[in-house]
Design a protein around this ligand. Sequence first.
Ligand code: AMP
Ligand code: TRP
Length: 331
Amino acid sequence: MEKKIVFSGVQPSGALTIGNYIGALRNFTELQDEYDCNYCVVDMHAITIPQVPKNLRKNTLDVLAMYMASGIDPDKSTLFIQSHVPAHAELSWVLNTITYMGQLNRMTQFKEKSKKSDENLNAGLFTYPVLMAADILLYQADFVPVGEDQKQHLELSRDLAERFNSRYSDTFTVPEPLIKEFGARIMSLQDPVAKMSKSDSDTNAYILLQDSKDQIARKIKRAVTDCIGSVNYTDEQPGIKNLINIHSVLSGMSVDEIIKLYSGKGYGVFKSELAEVVIDALDPIQTRYQQYLDNKDFLEKVYSEGANKAESKARKTLRKVYKKIGFVPRG
Ligand code: AMP
Ligand code: TRP
């Protein structure tokens, strides 16, 4: 029986946070044996926000190394860099022509990002979800593991697949999001009603996968909580709730077990033990990450072989699409 197909991507727009790990990378690893997985470093998405070229190059290799450090095996999954496979840009153009402006206007991520950067309201930021649909549909993905924030973009991908299929006959698999009930939205440590984001201007708002033990402990200690003073899992205590979520995902303990463990103890104890949990979970990842980064030849081998594998899958879909819309084959 053919394996079902998985696709997902992470932007190299900065160092990755534990939000990226918990909401995305960790889940990618779990899927490798059962599915035909394709994991991409989406550098073409990252340039919708201005990037310093030197940093973009570094961050792209960092994300690739982090993918493998968190357990993705390039012999099992196709691991590649988006700009190495031109079919992404090509399909994106075609999909642009069947996307309504109104649909893109409703994208909450665009609305939020455009509020932040009115000097750079570029067209790429607006059509970004179309490129994302192209990424997914090129590989005929059945499932797309992502964090909660990508749900709306996934709905657009499904919609475009269905629209194309009904206009030109069955061509694309309609993809389904895989969003974990737990950990799909890790919140900022400084503002627990906002998403933890690697582009936050306050470095205390996030924990990076590459943060030192001291940095991790300090950031957790400074995390915003409340004045209620007991470790409970409720929406009135969004800071503590977020910390419990992080604890639970990384320690494997249930929310109830955690609440019981810290009942009658103060936030100080909870925070210092949580710091231990995070440090222990990240330690092996950081060691492997450094090993991959120190081995540039191996990284290059991974992304060039990955691009070859991805390219042949993507071309197959693009050829079909071009034929259906009436482009004359080059022969
Ligand atoms: P990005 O950093 O925007 O490229 O996101 C890469 C992946 O990480 C996507 O699947 C996101 O949904 C996920 N992600 C990013 N931030 C968070 C967060 N704070 N909590 C959970 N998942 C996240
Ligand atoms: N838009 C996603 C994010 O910001 C990244 C992404 C690009 C992606 N293409 C994708 C995720 C395809 C899943 C599938 O997190």
